[in-house]
Ligand binder design. Structure first.
Ligand code: CP
Length: 320
């Protein structure tokens, strides 16, 4: 299994400073912890967000070529709370529709004094390509194909740290469509970097990676066996848009075998938390009683997404 399919070499400069955020593979533990610490500093004791002036006079552009609710809006809110000007590029009406190359469109936006670009695209490595071809701006990967979703993994790590304090002794179950999930790839990379040694990948055979060779990873086809005694359950969305028709599972069968219910939860530790990156398919990935239950931290993940995105932009702004 290869977490993050594309090399992130271009995100660090020759002094090791973060100049883009493309993926977590290759990002030192200290840099990940720094972003988590900066994000924690942006939250008060009740977990509510503070404001920050760190991006005063900067402009941040969102380029979302795939649908998004959480990531796009939390990036916009994060930029606004950091006093940046934000622009959501209307891609349906942009010059890319008139065959302008993405690089030309972005050079044009750069000429409009944009400092940071937040990019989501169905193509693996698209943000990495842009980062290599445009200088003087910071690129943030908001999800590229099945490759990486670094800010999602960071907000997940912040949520875990808030609930569990440290990572080394945790058992984490990742359940569902692992094969097509950029959230899982970045999450596994982050968990390993932060010292988690027991990461259980639970899925039907056709939604697993072809091979799992890392010592931290154990593969399970049976949900009840995999989930026994875990501290964290990370449920994943079925990524139907990345499957061919023959691969799309029967939803009733899938829920019966891999849906998280209160009965499944009884097998995990009593204080286990349930996470999901959203959007949740209720009755397929999670029973509503679990999604809305006391162990669910799904909405906390959303709020933490703003703190993490503010923190990532603050760190990147130091290099601009
Ligand atoms: N978790 C996540 O990426 O959600 P959105 O697709 O709503 O941005």
């Amino acid at each position: 299994m290869k977490p993050d399919l594309i090399s992130n070499d271009s995100q660090l400069n020759s002094s090791g400073k973060l100049i883009h955020l493309l993926g977590l593979k290759g990002l030192p533990k200290k840099q990940i912890e720094n972003i988590l610490d900066v994000a924690s500093g942006l939250l008060d004791n009740q977990g509510n967000l503070k404001k920050s002036k760190t991006l005063d006079d900067m402009s941040v552009a969102n380029l979302f070529f795939e649908p998004s609710t959480r990531t796009r809006n939390t990036f916009e809110i994060a930029a606004k709370r950091s006093s940046a000007k934000t622009i959501n590029i209307d891609l349906a009406n942009s010059a890319t529709k008139k065959n302008e190359t993405l690089t030309d469109t972005m050079q044009t936006l750069k000429a409009m004094q944009i400092d940071m670009f937040v990019i989501r695209h169905k193509k693996n490595g698209l943000p990495h390509y842009v980062a290599k071809n445009i200088e003087g701006v910071a690129i943030i990967n908001a999800g590229d194909g099945i490759n990486a979703h670094p800010t999602q993994a960071l907000l997940d790590m912040l949520t875990i740290r808030q609930h569990k304090g440290s990572f080394e002794n945790l058992s984490v179950a990742i359940v569902g469509d692992i094969r097509h999930s950029r959230v899982a790839r970045s999450g596994i990379t982050a968990l390993k970097t932060l010292g988690v040694k027991d990461i259980r990948l639970i899925a039907p055979a056709y939604l697993h990676y072809k091979e799992t060779t890392s010592p931290e990873l154990e593969r399970f086809d049976n949900l009840n066996n995999g989930i026994k005694g875990v501290d964290i359950i990370m449920s994943l969305r079925l990524q139907k848009e990345r499957m061919i028709a023959a691969e799309i599972p029967n939803e009733k069968n899938y829920f019966e075998n891999y849906g998280i219910t209160n009965k499944t939860l009884e097998l995990a530790k009593p204080d286990a938390i349930v996470m999901h990156p959203g959007p949740v398919n209720r009755g397929i990935e999670l029973d509503s009683n679990v999604a809305d239950g006391p162990q669910s931290v799904i909405l906390k993940q959303v709020t933490n997404g703003i703190a993490i995105r503010m923190a990532a932009m603050k760190v990147l702004a130091q290099s601009l």
